[in-house]
Write a protein that binds this ligand. Structure first.
Ligand SMILES: [Zn+2]
Length: 386
């Protein structure tokens, strides 16, 4: 049985998808104005490992990623290059696909451009207005958070704590914790005309709509960085519960830790950004995977480039073991493969899985027998190409 830590229940739960053999996963995707940095790469590598493991355990996977092209950062880039936002978004969407391919990530089945969904977003906001779950204030549309019983559970906040954030503050907003749905009050370089006025659909509503139009009323796993828990994931869940009419429409909220650089979050303004493609070119995706998976996905990684190179002896050991495969697999090796998979069953314990795999390679090098099929199976789960 696969167990995954769920941020909603705050416990490691037995994982059973809504449909018997199919796991549907939504991952918060990139904003299309730059290349993929290492923090983003870690997110997609984590869910790629999860999918590979689920596939090994007999499940099909359907992974949806939204790509945000309606965002002021995209507009700023477009303006600085005298381009339409769509051209900028297309350029970086293509770079994102390249980055995924370089990382050997083939598990994503659907990539959605948010700007293709604006009319659906409008319909969903209209429904919330009709249901009196949303209201107009100063030209903007807000969700009335008091209509959502579970609001605050995901990010573990009381009503009082939620009020302190003063989210998306504007005139005539009823409660500080209410969620912006459509923004007409700020000046954006690109806007969409809608029945609510000229503006842009707010970012939480973008995800909710992409999910509703692709997966319908429920899905199994919501993925993304831990820093998105509040307000983004809390807001998405509130909107999604109201629009889908489902209670607990998401089985598992699975959050990935940050990659820190010089002890801080990667950001261009701090000048500490590391691009995924540069590291793949320098070290190869196999080493990068060994480095990333050597920490449990929930923990933060303090990026240290030397530690990537330090994984080289392990990779050499894997290559050497891969050259010594035979016609049969010894029972001792079969047990290690089972232990390897069992450690991934346990909330994707990749550090433990890597330790077992390295031990298995040492034994194969020392003369224990493994078939190429069994050996490649373990490499396949890790996404290591040999
Ligand atoms: Zn998102």
């Amino acid at each position: 049985m696969i167990k995954l830590y769920d941020s909603f229940s705050s416990s490691k739960d037995n994982f059973e998808p809504f449909q018997k053999d199919l796991v549907r996963i939504f991952i918060c995707g990139p904003t299309l104005y730059d290349f993929t940095h290492l923090g983003h790469a870690r997110i997609f590598l984590t869910y790629d490992l999860l999918c590979r493991h689920l596939n090994e355990r007999g499940y099909d996977t359907d992974v949806l990623v939204n790509m945000t092209d309606i965002n002021q950062n995209v507009f700023n880039k477009a303006k600085s290059e005298s381009q339409n936002y769509r051209l900028i978004a297309k350029f970086y969407a293509d770079r994102f696909s390249e980055d995924l391919a370089m990382l050997n990530i083939g598990s994503i089945s659907r990539l959605a451009h948010v700007s293709d969904y604006v009319s659906y977003i409008e319909n969903h906001i209209s429904k919330l207005l009709d249901d009196k779950a949303a209201y107009y204030a100063n030209g903007n549309v807000y969700l009335d958070a008091s209509k959502v019983k579970t609001y605050g559970i995901l990010s573990k906040q009381s009503q009082d704590q939620l009020r302190l954030h003063r989210l998306d503050i504007g005139p005539n907003k009823k409660n500080p914790e209410d969620i912006m749905l459509w923004n007409c009050s700020e000046n954006f370089d690109f806007t969409w005309s809608s029945r609510f006025g000229e503006g842009i659909p707010w970012w939480h509503m973008q995800d909710t709509t992409v999910v509703l139009e692709n997966f319908g009323a429920n899905y199994d796993i919501h993925g993304g960085a831990r820093e998105l828990l509040y307000p983004h994931h809390e807001a998405h869940l509130a909107q999604y519960e109201l629009l889908s009419g489902s209670e607990r429409p998401v089985k598992i909220w699975m959050h990935v830790g940050l990659v820190l650089s010089c002890g801080e979050k990667m950001s261009k303004s701090l000048g500490n950004v590391v691009w995924s493609r540069d590291l793949v070119k320098k070290y190869g995706q196999n080493l990068l995977r060994l480095y990333m998976f050597s920490k449990h996905y929930q923990e933060d990684i303090n990026f240290n480039e030397n530690q990537i190179a330090e994984k080289k002896p392990i990779l050499d050991k894997i290559y050497l073991a891969g050259m010594k495969t035979t016609e049969k697999t010894d029972p001792e090796i079969s047990r290690l493969i089972e232990d390897f998979l069992a450690s991934l069953d346990d909330d994707l314990n990749s550090p433990m899985a890597l330790e077992i795999f390295e031990n298995m390679c040492s034994k194969v090098i020392a003369g224990s027998a493994v078939t190429s099929l069994d050996f490649e199976r373990t490499c396949q789960v890790l996404g290591i190409k040999i």
